[in-house]
Design a protein around this ligand. Structure first.
Ligand SMILES: Cc1ncc(COP(=O)(O)O)c(C=O)c1O
Length: 353
């Protein structure tokens, strides 16, 4: 099928650019000790996760228990839930899942660790844990180093938990446009982490894993050589927000839309917030400019397009955020030379629990 025959809105991936992005990440990491543990939330496709593992990723990162279940059921054997799972019912499901794969979860609370230990004992499972260090994003984790060491000790003493190391994710740095500023902020964070690692070592706690990083900090993390795992997710698809940074990746993901109405200085397309994530801003049309994009549920209004558009024309929109856009679609359509080459199900679509 040709791209122009796909019903819209549709989520399309330029296969050539996707493959280039994949190769660019492999080239970036080559020769270093930083291993790729890509974040599943950016594509949510089990088939792409398997591709990433086959090309050398050590396992997958995900945000949610249901994403971990989707990955495990598809045959992925090493999964990190880069979040805290605190609900009793979910902890019990997590412990059972840990019998079927190597499962790691983040902890930042002793009560939570105790509940994980009890559930793992009941399930006859081993649950791997990363103690989360809050490194400035003001999200989860412990910001006090003494508290990190105390929790690591506690986890280390649990018979059914394994203290693997630390997660320190500095998401607030990922999209800083200036490379120099990203480098300086990352270096300052890594200084703190070195202090934390020496405190843990002084207590005899071995840190095998230091996990974090993103598409925006991949090169910096690789060059610094401190982290063991990189959780980058967006690098395969990219988006308009990451497009502001000088990174070796290009946008491969687009929302294909049809122009449904045209007036003087305005073209309206049949894609809106129900098919394109706007949490990081409005999408940008590919190949022409507009003065403003206004969103509603099923429409984007493209104001003052630099190109003459007519009803029925197809446009490609670069989403501002790939992760929230993927989550809205059942399928990704891979395209090459204007033709659909594959349709890949978004297996973890809507897995937000
Ligand atoms: C825990 C965690 N790790 C890594 C990432 C990196 O993702 P990306 O490379 O898409 O910026 C994210 C993104 O939000 C995240 O929440």
């Amino acid at each position: 099928m040709e791209l122009k025959h796909l019903p819209t809105p549709a989520l399309v991936v330029d296969e050539e650019i996707f493959l280039k992005n994949e190769a660019a990440m492999a080239a970036l990491l080559k020769g270093g000790s930083l291993r790729l543990r890509p974040h599943f939330k950016s594509h949510k496709c089990a088939a792409i996760a398997h591709r990433q593992i086959q090309s050398g990723a050590i396992g997958m990162t995900c945000a949610k228990l249901d994403e971990a279940i989707d990955l495990a059921e598809s045959g992925i054997e090493d999964i990190l839930i880069a979040n805290q799972i605190t609900d009793r019912e979910k902890i019990s499901r997590l412990a059972h899942l840990a019998r079927a794969c190597r499962l790691t979860v983040c902890v930042d609370d002793e009560e939570n660790a105790r509940a994980l230990e009890e559930a793992a004992a009941f399930a006859g499972a081993t649950v791997h844990c990363l103690v989360e260090y809050e490194i400035g994003m003001q999200r989860c984790g412990l910001s006090d180093m003494g508290a990190v060491v105390a929790l690591a000790k506690y986890v280390d003493g649990c018979a059914h938990l394994v203290f693997d190391g630390i997660q320190a994710y500095a998401g607030h740095i990922s999209h800083v446009v200036s490379q120099k500023e990203r480098e300086d902020l990352t270096a300052a964070n890594e200084e703190k982490i070195r202090t934390l690692l020496s405190l843990l070592a002084a207590e005899g706690l071995a840190v095998r894993t230091l996990s974090g990083g993103s598409t925006g900090t991949a090169r910096i993390k690789k060059e610094a050589g401190l982290y063991t795992e990189l959780q980058a997710g967006s690098y395969l698809f990219m988006d308009a927000t990451y497009g502001e940074l000088a990174l070796p990746f290009e946008s491969s993901l687009f929302v294909l839309a049809t122009v449904v109405s045209v007036r003087e200085g305005l073209a309206v397309v049949d894609a809106g917030v129900k098919s394109c994530g706007v949490d990081q801003g409005m999408p940008r049309p590919l190949g022409f400019s507009v003065s403003e994009v206004v969103a509603s549920e099923e429409h984007f209004q493209l104001h003052n397009p630099s190109k003459q558009l007519s009803v029925g024309d197809r446009v490609l929109l670069v989403p501002a955020h790939c992760c929230s856009t993927v989550n809205l679609h059942e399928n990704l359509y891979f395209v090459r030379d204007g033709k659909v080459t594959d349709r890949i199900p978004v297996t973890a679509r809507g897995c937000f629990r």
